[in-house]
Design a protein around this ligand. Structure first.
Ligand code: LLP
Length: 438
């Protein structure tokens, strides 16, 4: 991936830095991000759009994939917009100095406090998810004498081919206004009637880790089949169509993601065709990639510890992290590949199971990992492609402190999140004043 190379010393290098050195300096587990690769991903999105010269577009980084001050700064510096889904993500974005007018606020249950934060900060758009939110936001705007631009999240009834838990565009989902049962039409009508909400356009997101353009094409067509009616019936002109994120990446050799340009071409061509067919003007196109910007750029370094060889069954080797820093294998049966980072030049022909150190059987990071024959305690393991939904979904399960995060580029490493300490773990604990042993 990206700037990963194997040095003459047999070590894995990322961004021109020896991962063995990184592990010594910052400890393990360690999340390492190749910033050059993230920038390259951003550029490929931009290039894909710039081919469509007549089009206006925005690329909003979905910060749920990986949000820290440094990451938000990088996204801001590269001209991205930002999708946030909670007060915490919004707070992080504002603290990172991200331009408020480029922030879009998502979520199916934004609290009044969160909406107030968004209104105070005068963010670019709220993506309204349901009728209660439409009502609450309208009232809050009226009370404050403030206007807010909104998109309505539409559930287009399209199933993307991905894991059930991260599939979002089908009918039975907690998200959005369903297209086919009149909910979406009623939401458009209410939004148009509001004095304080300016209905800029529509949003849909059909799922994550998607490998085909078909779902996007079907979702866009479904929306336009109604747009045609809404424009005539309600005089609704869609200035923005946000088609969400979900562009698939290569976790392992068996993943074959499409080049980003193929997705963007399919999305833009479909929108332009539909507009021509229904004599509508072409809206600005927004997308919200998360995983596809940060996923492949992240590597987690672990130190190997104990092992257990069950003859004829399998050999377990345990790392000093696991489901607390990467819940994805346990939660979604997600697959990863790994390499022995201090002996990356040796043939990897031994199949082992990489286990975590958490107290449950399901804490297995990789079921069949290929490692060198001499793989042993103390070796450094690099699990590849962990940049998305790893750190952001990390927990303190078993009271494991969250690992540190470093950005590497051109031979320089910058710490962007410090490793938590045991003190951090009990920082918010309040001990009992008196303790009686009954
Ligand atoms: N926009 C919306 C409205 C979303 O719900 C999501 C992801 C995205 C954009 C970004 O999707 P991406 O480009 O990253 O695929 N924790 C799961 C993924 C959950 C995705 C939730 N929504 C995982 O680890 O696979």
């Amino acid at each position: 991936y990206g700037t990963q190379t194997i040095g003459k010393d047999g070590h894995l290098y990322i961004g021109g830095i020896d991962t063995v050195r990184l592990a010594e300096e910052f400890g393990t587990p360690l999340y390492v991000y190749d910033t050059a690769l993230m920038k390259q991903k951003i550029r490929s999105f931009k290039e894909a759009f710039s081919k469509h010269t007549a089009l206006s577009w925005q690329i909003a980084y979905a910060s749920k994939a990986f949000s820290t001050l440094a990451m938000i700064q990088l996204a801001g510096d590269f001209g991205l917009s930002l999708d946030v889904v909670s007060g915490g993500e919004l707070y992080t974005a504002l603290k990172a100095g991200f331009p408020a007018e480029r922030i879009h606020f998502h979520g199916n249950n934004k609290s009044k406090d969160e909406l107030a934060m968004a209104l105070d900060a005068k963010i670019g758009a709220v993506i309204v998810d349901n009728f209660s939110e439409l009502n609450v936001l309208d009232q809050m705007c009226a009370e404050r004498g403030q206007n807010m631009e909104i998109l309505l999240r539409i559930t287009p009834g399209v199933e993307a081919h991905t894991h059930e838990f991260i599939m979002t565009g089908h009918d039975d989902t907690k998200f959005g206004f369903n297209l086919d049962n009149g909910m979406a039409e009623r939401a458009v009508l209410l939004a148009l009637r509001s004095e304080h909400l300016a209905l800029k356009g529509l949003h849909c997101h059909i799922g994550s880790q998607i490998f085909e353009t078909e779902g996007f094409v079907r979702a866009i067509r479904a929306i336009f089949s109604h747009m045609n009616v809404w424009t005539r019936k309600m005089n609704f002109h869609m200035k923005v169509l946000n088609v969400g994120g979900g562009f698939g990446i290569k976790y392992t050799g068996s993943d074959h993601p499409l080049p980003i340009g193929r997705f963007i071409d399919a999305i833009v061509d479909t929108i332009e065709d539909e507009c021509a067919r229904h004599s509508l003007s072409v809206p600005e196109v927004w997308i919200e990639p998360g995983r596809s910007i940060v996923g492949e750029a992240g590597t987690t370094l672990y130190t190997l510890g104990s092992s257990k060889d069950i003859p004829g069954i399998r050999k377990y080797i345990a790392v000093d992290g696991g489901m607390a820093d990467n819940i994805r294998p346990a939660l979604y049966q997600a697959n990863y590949e790994a390499i022995c980072a201090n002996r990356a030049n040796e043939p990897a022909d031994q199949s082992v199971t990489i286990a975590g150190k958490c107290c449950e059987t399901g804490d297995v990071l990789i079921k069949d990992a290929l490692v060198p024959e001499s793989f042993k305690s103390g070796d450094l393991l690099a699990v590849l492609c962990t940049g998305a939904y790893g750190y952001s979904m990390a927990s303190h399960y078993n009271r494991l402190p969250n690992p540190a995060v470093v950005f590497v580029e051109d031979g320089e490493a910058s710490i962007v999140v410090r490793r938590e300490t045991y003190e951090d773990l009990i920082r918010h604990d309040v001990p009992l004043k008196t303790f009686s042993s009954r």
